[in-house]
Design a protein around this ligand. Structure first.
Ligand code: TLP
Length: 343
């Protein structure tokens, strides 16, 4: 029985073209800024996001952490959505390492923030208040079912931030999924953010890495912070080479993952155990409430049938489509899910 792994798009393996590019990558010591492959990836990433410069980092978590360290001082407050990845899944690094306090405002079901809520959360200058050092957005929104922020929705929050002189960081781990869904450039989605990051190791299928993008000055300071957290790498061109292939070839195919997620969501809606609105699924993440049974039990039963799904608190299950998963795999998965959930 083949395993159909829908836990995350992080489970993707490098493509044959990536392995080929990695084997042949021209490298140098990135500590001296002399790895031509890393430099090229950083330039490509910055151009795609419409920023002056990029910094190759080990992970999305490191990218967000380095962004917070670079924008904020210790004791600053960072505004994020209450469902933000930065709040739930980054080991409280923003407090524990960067020394920043997280302040949450409500995300709606698609991961949007109400600009009025953001404005209310910005601290007035008072001696005993923290300084609001940063506002963060997430696009697409992981815990809000891969929800997409439009250019206008991003601008609405950024306009508030600008009025108060607060920078905006965009956790665009899956920004290319949002761009493909909306039919816009990733640069349009990042243009109102002071800094933006995306992951190479999710839907783009690279083995490792994210790129943090911003102004030249911001990236120069971020480089020091990356070094501080041990993220300075040497002949990183070996892994960056896969990133170049990803940016050149893997973005348009994300539409297939979105179509497969739709197919899956519509199929799951047939089973009462899944509390799902297929119309709400926009990109490659299907996050669903489970009715009438414990999500852990359902996941275990699905696992026994060779279908792997993610388990989250609040009795929620997550399926993520990605490179390597075909429409045929989804059909097969739905058949196996039906054997468990259909009864
Ligand atoms: N998300 C992972 C898990 O951590 C949940 C996943 O499987 O979806 N921002 C967003 C929006 C993310 O979804 C993730 C990873 C990150 C940042 C962190 O990236 P990594 O895993 O590279 O540190």
């Amino acid at each position: 029985m083949n395993i159909i792994d829908l836990r995350s798009d992080t489970v993707t393996h490098p493509t044959p073209a990536m392995r080929e590019a990695m084997a042949r990558a021209e490298v140098g010591d990135d500590g001296y800024g002399e790895d031509p492959t890393v430099n090229r990836l950083q330039e490509m990433a910055a151009a795609l996001l419409g920023k002056e410069a990029g910094l190759y980092v080990a992970s999305g978590t490191m990218s967000n952490l380095v962004a917070v360290m670079t924008h904020c001082q210790r004791g600053h407050e960072v505004i994020v959505g209450h469902e933000a990845h930065m709040f739930h899944h980054e080991v409280a690094a923003h407090a524990g390492v960067a020394g920043a306090q997280i302040r949450t405002v409500m995300n709606d079901s698609r991961g949007r923030l109400d600009p009025a809520d953001v404005e209310l959360a910005i601290r007035p200058a008072r001696a005993n208040y923290p300084v609001t050092g940063l506002i963060c957005l997430e696009n697409t929104h992981n815990r809000c079912g891969g929800g997409v922020l439009t250019v206008q929705e991003t601008a609405a929050v950024a306009n508030v931030a600008r009025r108060y002189g607060v920078p905006v960081h965009l956790d665009g781990a899956r920004i290319f999924n949002a761009a493909v869904y909306l039919g816009v450039k990733a640069a349009d989605l990042a243009k109102d953010a002071t800094s933006a990051t995306f992951c190479l190791s999710k839907g783009l299928s690279c083995p490792v890495g994210s790129v943090l993008c911003g102004s030249r000055d911001f990236i120069a300071r971020a480089r020091k912070n990356r070094q501080m957290v041990g993220g300075g790498m040497r002949q990183a061109g070996i892994i960056a080479a896969a990133g170049i292939v990803a940016l050149e070839t893997m973005i348009p195919r994300l539409a297939e993952d979105h179509a497969n997620a739709q197919f899956l969501a519509r199929g799951l809606a047939r089973f009462p155990v899944f509390d799902i609105e297929p119309e709400a699924v926009q990109t490659n993440i299907v996050r669903i409430g489970i009715r009438g049974m414990k999500v852990e039990d359902l996941a275990a039963k699905l696992g026994a049938k060779g279908v792997k799904a993610g388990v989250f608190e609040g009795n929620k299950m997550r399926f993520v489509t990605h490179y390597g998963i075909t429409a045929g795999d989804i059909e097969e998965a739905l058949g196996r899910i039906g054997e468990v959930a259909g009864k």
